[in-house]
Design a protein around this ligand. Sequence first.
Ligand code: ATP
Ligand code: MG
Length: 213
Amino acid sequence: MTGITIALSKGRIFEETLPLLAAAGIVPADDPETSRKLILGTNRADVRLVIVRASDTPTYVQYGAADLGIAGKDVLIEHGGAGLYQPLDLKIARCRMAVAVPNGFDYAAAVQRGARLRVATKYIQTAREHFAAKGVHVDLIKLYGSMELAPLVGLADAIVDLVSSGNTLKANNLVAVEDIMPISSRLIVNQAALKMKRDLLQPVIDAFAGAVK
Ligand code: ATP
Ligand code: MG
């Protein structure tokens, strides 16, 4: 396509991207929360949005099915970043990656005595690197959601998950015991598209940069 395709996920990323799009003069023609369309037009004939699963955004941009995308750092670490240029931290969808355990579980003591920890997470790469750097031996168990359940039913000793308010942890008698890294969403750009369509893409990248708080 000669225009621009931007990959976004529904929910917080879409909502928090609207002001950035507006700064670039782009207004979606539909609301993905109410429309079932996966390709949304905009006020600009040469710009369209594609609605994808958050964890799929880097894949669409990597293969050039979208020129631009917005993805959480959590998702980008798991993806690996191949083929992607990441020019901007957009400072949206902010939270943190943390280790959490059931209330009363002595995490520090378990780590200190060199216990082998069972850790359930959607974020295998992040967890592997974190515990390897600490020299903690872990068995990682891959989950796709509802990580908070795992320690409650004996699937794992700990989880690695995103935390913002901490309310979900609290509601499940869990507590964050270690921060791994702050998380926010990044603009990602297909490297080949940036070379071929720089005249179209650069103004959008610049407008986003100007709108970041
Ligand atoms: P799905 O819900 O489709 O399984 P997801 O949970 O990754 O996917 P979202 O919940 O929309 O999708 O999260 C999208 C991104 O927003 C995440 O990749 C992360 O960067 C960020 N995020 C996730 N949870 C929070 C949160 N509680 N507060 C702020 N940002 C968050
Ligand atoms: Mg979610």
